[in-house]
Design a protein around this ligand. Structure first.
Ligand SMILES: [Zn+2]
Length: 130
């Protein structure tokens, strides 16, 4: 859990926002709005799917969640992990900070200020056609 169960100051309270962030924190991996919607319904929260989308977009704009697009869906994450993400199937793998920091060192004086998501295609999906 990243400990970000409540929205930051300045964000208008909404009754579904805190439960949504709590669920995202508990997931520990990027998930789609549809998955979060199903989880909220299973927990007894009666938010509509459009409300879930609207809240996720707002939280992404505010920098509270990461919004990542694959070829088939958009997924959301609250973690501060550095990730490799397959844009085709959505598979995600965490990478060590030292690996990403090593890439940043290629540009002299470049310091990472937040989590990084490297997009590409996994071995199973293969490279894109040239
Ligand atoms: Zn893939």
């Amino acid at each position: 859990m990243s400990g970000r169960a409540l929205p930051p100051a300045g964000l208008r309270p909404h009754r579904y926002r805190a439960p949504l962030l709590k669920l995202l924190d508990a997931c520990g991996e990027p998930v789609s709005a549809q998955t979060l919607y199903a989880m909220m319904r299973a927990d007894g929260t009666r938010a509509g799917l459009s409300t879930v989308y609207r809240e996720l977009h707002l939280l992404a704009r505010m920098g509270c969640v990461r919004e990542m697009r694959t070829e088939t869906e958009t997924v959301y994450d609250t973690s501060a992990r550095d990730l490799l993400m397959c844009d085709s199937c959505g598979r995600v793998q965490q990478v060590g900070r030292s690996v990403v920091a090593g890439l940043a060192e290629i540009m002299d004086g470049f310091y990472l200020s937040g989590p990084v998501t490297v997009h590409g295609r996994c071995r199973r999906c293969g490279p894109t056609a040239a």
